[in-house]
Write a protein that binds this ligand. Structure first.
Ligand code: ATP
Length: 201
């Protein structure tokens, strides 16, 4: 098995590249989805968040108000760390379980994990190969704004909370450029996938 870490800033095109890898035959794991699952009502992280941050971050139906909590924690580093310390261990546990599960499904499986805070959280250390998305700050902001997911001030806060791209690129075994069109991003992703596969054999 080969475990590939796919990382980069928010809105840098990780999900786009991950879809290409999946289509080409890789097993894929979306760490953001694992984080969303980890805070479902009744889960350990859900309980810990309630204890740490209080009831005001929950809807009447017991679901976590992720948007409200995110707006709160991205205000300062200390509160963000508190949340990260609750969520990351649960995400890593599930990620490792899935890696082990997929590794048994296929001989020499290629497993790609997409996570925005991979290097910041040191979880790149259990990846065989690290792929970093190269995307300018302007493009990140422009594309997230267009997707309507976040407002500009929120995007800027989140970019600030992440390691600068110039630093991330130093860890990269492969870089996928995403400063062109979406089609070019998919082509660049395919090229990197093929290079990784060629090295596997
Ligand atoms: P997030 O961190 O929010 O999960 P991401 O890194 O996974 O984002 P994507 O979801 O792949 O990034 O891309 C962010 C947005 O930008 C999406 O709406 C996507 O369709 C769009 N996008 C990605 N690449 C390009 C491109 N080259 N040109 C135009 N739009 C793009």
């Amino acid at each position: 098995m080969t475990v590939v870490g796919l990382t980069g800033g928010i809105g840098s095109g990780k999900s786009t590249a991950l879809r290409v890898f999946k289509k080409l035959g890789a097993f894929t794991i979306d760490a953001d989805q694992l984080a969303r699952d980890a805070v479902n009502p009744g889960r350990e992280a859900w309980l810990d968040i309630k204890e740490c941050f209080g009831k005001k971050f929950f809807f009447k139906n017991h679901k976590l108000n992720r948007k409200k909590l995110a707006a709160h924690v991205f205000k300062n580093k200390k509160t963000l760390k508190k949340l990260v310390d609750i969520i990351h261990p649960r995400v890593f546990e599930e990620e490792k379980r899935l890696i082990s599960f997929y590794s048994k499904k296929k001989k020499r499986a290629l497993i790609v994990v997409d996570a925005p805070m991979m290097i910041e959280s040191n979880s790149h250390k259990w990846k065989d190969i690290l792929v970093v998305m190269n995307c300018s700050r302007e493009n990140q902001i422009k594309r997230i704004l267009k997707s309507g997911k976040l407002e500009k001030t929120e995007i800027e806060k989140r970019i600030k909370a992440q390691m600068p791209l110039s630093k991330k690129l130093k860890y990269a075994d492969y870089v996928i450029d995403n400063n062109g069109t979406a089609l070019e991003c998919r082509q660049n992703s395919k090229k990197v996938y093929q290079e990784i596969i060629a090295k596997q054999s």
